[in-house]
Ligand binder design. Structure first.
Ligand code: ZN
Length: 256
């Protein structure tokens, strides 16, 4: 249903306007239909009748009707708020949702977001395979649902390693399947990629067995953590979290 309305909105609204007026449209729909209820968004604090289900590969994500944050964004925002408390730490975030970008900017003094293809709200436009920043610049780097779009992912991981401080943290999440990564560079059509990798702009589907290895080969030790593990089923419902939300917490192999 959500995708249906989104497609109508895209057809009826000029492209240059879509991104600008999206928050207003969302607010209007929120006040008319969803306002008030038992759920709480941890990004915008809005209470809603429900979160709206949206289907992605291997995920039961739901969006907040008020700010548009996904389950994974709400879980990530709360995880970082709780675990990375230094407000002056330097943070680099790749292609965050607008609501998450605003949330982090309201908490952290030195937060920078980047988006290479101008699809997201961001301050910078870095090529992740060639980041225009000095070595060891950031305490925390967030790379959520980005690497599966990048053909030269090893080069990107090396760059993330270069700009991360030796004692810094890199948080990664990508769609995952069991076993090994599947990549076939001869598949270039949208339809082919959708079928092979789960989304028309993905260039591979990472395997649970392969991801830690590729991170390891390019300078990181990586630990999978379910960031919603501590919440019971009632809390997951209230905050609109997925059943599991596994991220990889990466440290530089040189750090202790
Ligand atoms: Zn929200």
């Amino acid at each position: 249903m959500y995708s249906f309305f989104k497609n109508i909105y895209k057809v009826l609204t000029p492209k240059s306007w879509q991104f600008k007026i999206e928050p207003f449209i969302r607010k209007m729909v929120y006040y008319l239909i969803y306002k008030g209820g038992n759920t709480t968004c941890l990004i915008c604090s809005a209470k809603s009748k429900k979160f709206i289900p949206i289907s992605f590969y291997n995920s039961d994500d739901k969006i907040c009707p008020n700010c548009g944050a996904l389950s994974r964004s709400r879980a990530l925002g709360e995880y970082i708020r709780k675990n990375f408390k230094n407000q002056s730490q330097k943070i680099l975030d790749f292609s965050p949702h607008r609501s998450l970008n605003n949330f982090f900017k309201s908490i952290f003094e030195n937060y920078i977001s980047s988006d290479f293809e101008n699809q997201f709200y961001a301050q910078k436009s870095y090529d992740i395979t060639k980041i225009n920043e000095a070595d060891q610049r950031f305490d925390l780097i967030i790379c959520f649902h980005v690497l599966e779009h990048i053909l030269e992912d090893k080069k990107a991981i090396k760059e993330l390693n270069r700009v991360l401080k030796n004692d810094g943290h890199l948080l990664i999440q990508v769609p995952l399947k069991k076993g090994k990564t599947y990549q076939d560079n001869s598949i270039i059509s949208k339809e082919g990629r959708l079928k092979a990798f789960g989304q028309e702009d993905h260039v591979r589907i990472y395997g649970e067995d392969s991801l830690p290895l590729i991170l390891n080969e390019n300078g990181f030790s990586a630990k999978p953590i379910d960031i919603v593990k501590e919440y019971n089923s009632e809390e997951k419902k209230i905050y609109g979290f997925s059943e599991n939300e596994v991220i990889y917490v990466c440290r530089k192999a040189t750090s202790t």
